[in-house]
Write a protein that binds this ligand. Structure first.
Ligand SMILES: *Cc1c(COP(=O)(O)O)cnc(C)c1O
Length: 375
């Protein structure tokens, strides 16, 4: 076997971070530095925003300082403030729901459909109220979430959907880009995301009026003091990096899909692990490859961790949202989300993994899926 076999274990897991090779970032940064306008008013900002709108197929893209400020600005634009309630799936991570608290509003945690990231329409129906101003949904790990059932209930009640697509650049849901399904989508360009600018984020929407309001809010009301705003602007240097890396996104998506395919193809047909299900017209971006098991989950998690492939429940302590101290006051019974968190296993498939490592990973995962000890 390869020498990589002994490289990874509990104490030395496979790296889940990806630093893309440089493909013109330095030259792009130089151009901004030479121009001298580095702020959110830099001349390259509108170029970046137009490229984002084109790529994602929406009327407007608005670059902001982070995924968190993107979600926050979206909530502000939905009129979320003190006294308001915002629905959020129990499968959400802290950063999805944190902006609800920033707004002084109340998170209302909703269960998901069995084996899925999508909101359970029956639980939405139960938890919606006159105070509900928005519903957050999220394609976590870049996996498509089919929200059509919940969307019907929400639309009836006039509640807009805000997508936290912070991990989902390039994910397709029903043929459309994640982040363009709801009223507005929020994406992050933090280092860990598929378009990485250090810190940064952007919003996507087809609603021009909404986009104008978000633009004013995030740009200090463009200094006219007619409407209230704050400073969530993205600087010119980050935007320059973002434009170059957006251009590399299709290539990165293809590599991630090929890496995921390699592990999936090695899985035994009648084994314990399967890929998380998604629709025929859907495509994950493989932020992570997500496998699901319907039996022996604790054993599988432990075996993956000891192989140096810890699932998020072990690597990050991933649990339904209300297990976090900040959100424990909002706990409700979410049996589907509990089962989902306990039965899903995330694997890195980024382009930084070399051939030998991928081969070794495929062998390890296949052995664990067979229920035996790893080879
Ligand atoms: C990264 C992330 C955020 C926050 O984005 P930042 O740019 O780090 O503020 C929010 N939600 C999800 C699901 C994320 O992955």
């Amino acid at each position: 076997m390869t020498t990589t076999e002994t490289r990874y274990d509990t104490a030395n897991p496979v790296d889940d971070r990806y630093a893309p090779p440089l493909t013109g970032e330095i030259e792009a940064l130089r151009a901004v530095l030479e121009d001298g306008r580095l702020s959110g008013g830099a001349v390259n900002l509108p170029v970046y925003e137009t490229a984002l709108a084109d790529y994602f197929g929406v009327r407007r893209a608005l670059a902001v300082s982070s995924g968190t400020t993107a979600i926050d600005a979206a909530l502000v634009a939905m009129g979320v403030g003190p006294g308001a309630e915002v629905l959020v799936p129990a499968t959400a991570v802290g950063p999805t729901a944190m902006p609800i608290l920033t707004r002084g509003a109340t998170p209302v945690i909703v269960d998901t459909q069995p084996g899925s990231l999508a909101l359970d329409p029956a639980d939405v129906e139960r938890k919606i109220s006159r105070r509900t101003k928005a519903a957050l949904v999220l394609p976590l790990w870049g996996y498509p979430n089919d929200e059509r059932a919940a969307a019907a209930v929400l639309q009836q009640a006039g509640v807009p959907i805000v997508e936290d697509a912070c991990q989902a650049h390039g994910t397709r849901i029903g043929g459309r880009h994640a982040g363009t399904i709801g009223r507005v989508g929020a994406l992050s360009t933090h280092d860990r995301k598929l378009v990485a600018t250090g810190e940064g984020g952007f919003l996507l929407t087809d609603d021009e009026e909404l986009a104008d309001r978000i633009d004013h809010y995030t740009h200090l009301g463009h200094l006219k003091s007619a409407v209230h705003g704050t400073n969530f602007k993205l600087g010119g240097l980050a935007a320059a990096v973002g434009l170059v890396r957006l251009g590399q996104l299709p290539r990165q998506l293809a590599r991630r899909a090929a890496n995921a395919r390699r592990i999936l193809d090695a899985l035994p047909l009648d084994g314990l692990l399967r890929e998380l299900v998604y629709g025929e017209d859907d495509t994950p971006n493989y932020y992570s490859l997500v496998l699901i098991a319907h039996a022996r989950q604790a054993e599988i998690g432990a075996a993956l961790a000891s192989a140096g492939l810890p699932p998020d429940s072990i690597r990050w302590g991933y649990r339904p949202l209300y297990h976090r101290p900040l959100f424990s006051a909002y706990a409700t019974a979410c049996p589907n989300a509990e089962a989902f968190a306990a039965s899903t296993f995330q694997l890195p498939v980024h382009p930084g993994l070399d051939d030998a490592t991928l081969e070794w990973m495929a062998g390890q995962v296949a052995a664990i899926a067979r229920g035996g000890n790893r080879s």
